[in-house]
Design a protein around this ligand. Structure first.
Ligand SMILES: C[S@@+](CC[C@H](N)C(=O)[O-])C[C@H]1O[C@@H](n2cnc3c(N)ncnc32)[C@H](O)[C@@H]1O
Length: 337
């Protein structure tokens, strides 16, 4: 971690700023030390890599995942290409397509979480130039070490590494132009929190692209589906539709790799969508989306309703116009009395 980067990070728990203490710095790189939040919680920096793991005692799902990836790290290269080979697609094609969806420029600031041994990050850094930057996070320290080695060749590109849980991000709001993850989100302990964190740290107009296994429902009862699911239980995970944050716009979900994996991408906006609720709806009922939702009073009897419908018809107005005028007139009469 560069010493100048300290202001880039916030506490993954409080979101507040942190100070650096007891540091050992060489050529602007903080080799050892720790970042402390306002409550005194410490996040250690070892061998130049900050560890933002939060909660300190991980949810058991994340703890188990970390443990299994720690054991897998050294041999991951033997397995990484198997899904691509199995589903008859070139890894290059899949990864390029996902990175395309990030809509990067050479100066983009990009976050990758759960980046594994950095094989996906290569496709990101190849698109970055001077002024661009990749923040690479991984839950497993052993995997992160492999990523540091793999990406060492891209020394003209600014890359910052840290250990972190993708469900609790150590960055302020709107810090990135784009955020990416592939291959692990199904087993994150809180997928909704993760997607919401990604939307929080990406600026409005920026892009979020994630993907993982999820066998297309139309394939579950096929030989293909049964053979593949037998070998890989992760195919049974559903695409996390209900975890998509309200800030997501232009959401695109695509099944890839013969329908065994999905990608989910969206553009980040602020808050929930806001339609034009005031478009006039030409009909006997009349009114707008807004008046129909917010304009309801306490209701009337069957007799009053039937009379109102006849009167409305005679007046030639829509029910909204007739009712609005009648209620206004009656209210003004009572107020002036
Ligand atoms: C199958 S690997 C995929 C690695 C890489 N993204 C790729 O495309 O090759 C899944 C990765 O997600 C990481 N991971 C799992 N749970 C995580 C979490 N809660 N937060 C961050 N990373 C996590 C694992 O450590 C592992 O490196």
């Amino acid at each position: 971690m560069k010493k100048s980067e300290i202001f880039t990070y916030v506490c993954p728990y409080t979101g507040g700023s942190m100070s650096l203490t007891e540091e050992v710095v060489q050529n602007d790189i903080v080799i050892e030390g720790f970042l402390v939040n306002a409550c005194g919680e410490k996040f250690y920096i070892r061998d130049g890599i900050p560890d933002f793991t939060w909660p300190k005692e991980l949810h058991h799902l994340d703890a188990e995942t970390r443990q299994s990836y720690e054991l897998l790290a050294a041999d991951y290269h033997k397995y990484a290409n198997i899904p691509f080979e199995t589903y008859r697609v070139k890894e290059d094609v899949v990864r390029e397509r996902m990175v395309e969806k990030l809509r990067l420029s050479s100066t983009s600031k990009v976050l990758e979480i759960g980046g594994g041994d950095g094989r996906g990050a290569e496709y990101i850094v190849k698109r970055l130039g001077k002024g661009g930057k990749l923040y690479f996070q991984e839950l497993s320290p052993a995997f992160l070490q492999h990523a540091v080695k793999r990406l060492a060749g891209y020394d003209t590109i600014d890359i910052e590494y840290s250990i972190a849980n993708g469900c609790y991000l150590s960055f302020p709001d709107n810090a990135f132009d784009a955020a990416h993850h592939f291959g692990g989100i199904n087993t994150f302990s809180d997928v909704a929190r993760c997607l919401s964190e990604l939307a929080r740290v990406v600026r409005p107009g920026g892009r979020v692209v994630v993907g993982d296994e999820s066998l297309g429902p139309w394939l579950r009862d096929t030989e293909f589906g049964r053979i593949m699911s037998n070998c890989n239980p992760l195919l049974k995970y559903e695409i996390p539709f209900d975890a998509i944050p309200v800030e997501a716009r232009d959401v695109v979900v695509e099944w890839i790799m013969l329908g065994a994996f999905f990608t989910l991408d969206f553009t980040v906006a602020t808050g929930e969508p806001e339609a034009d609720y005031h478009v006039n709806i030409p009909s006997n009922r009349g009114g707008t989306h807004w008046t129909r939702y917010h304009g309801t009073l306490e209701g009337v009897t069957d007799e009053a309703k039937s009379l109102a419908m006849k009167a409305r018809e005679k007046s030639g107005k829509s029910m909204h116009e007739w009712l609005d005028a009648v209620v206004k007139e009656a209210a003004q009469k009572d107020l002036n009395r």
